[in-house]
Design a protein around this ligand. Structure first.
Ligand code: PEP
Ligand code: MG
Length: 324
């Protein structure tokens, strides 16, 4: 299938009724960089910066980090690259920094961890800013945000990094800052956060887990974990509406963006930027080029009447089959 779709690389992700969708890629390892570019990604929507940390034996130094981040930023320049700061804890462990907790998914994760280990975050942000000097295509993204003060503290730390580096003679500038929507509390915080963020990205993997109280990695409850659950869809619909009201750019970088049925509904909600693995990108572009936004909106409305996920998938699949 991938080979058959290679001709799509240079064609835009545009619906039949000429609505342009941006397709970005998710990456973490340097080895993932080229597949995204080869498949026509328009940027990186999620760079999982914990991955290089996970394959090291100790915390990488600032110099090591500069080299890694520069490789990514340079490969994509001038396309945008959204780098998420270190997101460890939960299911992502560092072999050299074990964290033992009763409820790791409700514990010391993402921004909670890095604000407690300020120097780790400061080093990482300094490295990202230095790596960005030539290319100026970096955007910073905060994982697992759940409070307004975390955002304030993050900004203070970025400002401190910028000031330090300028003092040291590096011509750095402060990049755009966005947040992941993974913790449901953020759905009600957006008006308070609006003035100090440039974008939001929906982390539907964690958002689904927290909305449904279903561990995303536990096989015993895997059947209950669904990004097509009516409550998840309703939450996303409300979120996208709120972002539009606040004039806040919104994209999605969870696995949902590579599920064709979910993509139909996301386009119906008004999402116009998807970030997904390079592997799925051609297939989703192919799908988008067959869709009409009006149909997506109608299917999103009909989704409300579906009693089960199977019924909803059936409804969307029938529509896709009719398209050919
Ligand atoms: C998410 O939670 O949807 C996400 C993209 O982050 P991760 O899968 O790395 O937790
Ligand atoms: Mg997540």
């Amino acid at each position: 299938l991938q080979a058959d779709l290679s001709h799509l690389k240079t064609l835009p992700a545009e619906t039949k009724d000429n609505v342009r969708v941006r397709l970005y890629t998710n990456t973490g390892l340097l080895a993932d960089i080229t597949p995204g570019l080869e498949r026509g990604a328009e940027g990186i929507g999620l760079y999982r910066s914990e991955i290089p940390f996970m394959v090291h034996n100790t915390f990488p130094t600032e110099e090591e980090q500069v080299r890694i981040y520069r490789g990514v930023l340079t490969a994509y320049a001038p396309k945008p690259v959204v780098m998420r700061t270190l997101d460890i804890g939960g299911d992502k462990a560092l072999p050299y920094f074990p964290i033992k907790e009763e409820n790791p998914f409700l514990g010391w994760r993402g921004i909670r961890f890095t604000l407690d280990y300020r120097n780790i975050l400061l080093d990482q942000i300094r490295a990202m800013l230095i790596a960005n000097i030539e290319t100026q295509n970096l955007q910073l993204m905060i994982p697992m945000l759940s409070r307004e003060d975390e955002l304030e503290r993050f900004h203070a730390l970025v400002d401190e990094a910028v000031a330090q580096l300028k003092e040291e003679g590096h011509p750095v500038s402060k990049p755009p800052v966005g947040i992941m929507v993974e913790v449901p509390a953020v759905l009600w915080l957006l008006p308070r956060l609006r003035d100090t963020i440039d974008f939001v990205s929906i982390g539907s993997n964690d958002l689904t887990q927290y909305l449904l109280a279903v561990d995303r990695n536990n096989p015993r409850v895997a059947k209950l974990y669904s990004h097509l659950h009516p409550a998840v869809l309703e939450a996303l619909r409300g979120l996208v509406r709120e972002c539009r009201r606040l004039n806040l750019p919104v994209s999605i970088c969870g696995e949902m963006a590579s599920d064709p049925a979910a993509v139909v509904l996301l386009l119906g909600m008004g999402v116009r930027t998807l970030s997904l693995s390079a592997f799925h990108l051609p297939r989703i572009k192919w799908l988008i080029r067959y869709l009409h936004i009006g149909d997506c909106i109608a299917l999103l409305d009909q989704a409300r009447d579906c009693a089960t996920e199977a019924e909803l998938r059936g409804l969307i699949n029938n529509h896709l089959r009719d398209l050919g």
